[in-house]
Design a protein around this ligand. Structure first.
Ligand code: CTP
Ligand code: CA
Length: 227
């Protein structure tokens, strides 16, 4: 097969992947979450493992099983995810597929927030979470050779992805149209626009496994020394 010599370049490479949502605690019984299933990130981890890479998967809370042949670190919050990524560097390739919560509570409450009987509602003050992709993509000493991110967009998909590519120091962004008419987050297929320094490639609608395998082939090609 044509791909075999290219993919063999992944043998023994360390690939670092984030997947799933994060949960940001509000109080001991409540949290902020999102609809990510983790299936795309986990499929990518499995595909790199099948190609012979050493894979570290840092996963937020998901209901799907750990992929075979992958080292999995389970975390809950964005800050825990960043700490786990930091601890797992160095890597040759990073694929940041997690739907990291953009905000967390400015101060999570130690006790359960109670109604006071007056009908008053709590004001949840939020702060921005660290950007894990940007931290890896702009790492001063341990930047992986290839840094890949996703972009979940409902409009101006390619323009927004280009902006994220530049802002976060990524080599590739897999832009994903999550507008309701294209299928919601958590579905089993994805329509990807691959945005990179080489331009934009519009992939057909594919299963998450097919997206993962295309990404693995693309990464393997880009890791090849230029001929
Ligand atoms: N990402 C991350 N850490 C964050 C937020 C996002 O690592 N705190 C990563 C995601 O894993 C993804 C990429 O950044 O690879 C883009 O995520 P996205 O939510 O589309 O972009 P944001 O920068 O959060 O912008 P917005 O949600 O406002 O569109
Ligand atoms: Ca976001």
């Amino acid at each position: 097969k044509m791909l075999a010599p290219v993919l063999s370049g992944l043998a023994g490479r360390h690939v670092l992947i984030t997947s799933g949502p994060t949960h940001e605690p509000i109080d001991p019984v409540r949290y902020i979450a999102n609809r990510s299933s983790g299936r795309q990130g986990h499929a990518i981890a499995a595909a790199f493992a099948r190609a012979g890479a050493r894979v570290t998967l840092v996963s937020g809370p998901v209901t799907i099983p750990d992929p075979a042949g992958v080292d999995v670190v389970h975390v809950e919050s964005a800050r825990e995810m960043l700490a786990a990524i930091d601890a797992a560097l160095p890597a040759d390739v990073a694929v940041m597929a997690a739907a990291v919560a953009d905000w967390r509570m400015a101060e999570a409450q130690n006790g359960k927030i109670k109604k006071d009987g007056s009908g008053a509602v709590p004001a949840l003050a939020l702060v921005e979470n660290p950007d894990i992709l940007a931290t890896v993509g702009r790492h001063a000493t341990l930047r992986p050779r290839l840094v890949v991110g996703f972009a979940a967009e409902t409009s101006n998909v390619v323009d927004n992805a280009r902006a994220k590519l530049a802002r976060k120091g990524a080599d590739m962004i897999l832009a994903n149209d999550v507008s309701p008419e294209r299928g919601v987050m958590g579905g089993d297929r994805n329509t990807i626009h691959l945005v990179s320094g080489e331009g934009v490639a519009n992939w057909p609608t594919l299963s998450k496994t097919e997206v993962a395998e295309r990404l693995v082939a693309e990464v393997a090609r880009r890791l090849q020394p230029a001929k």
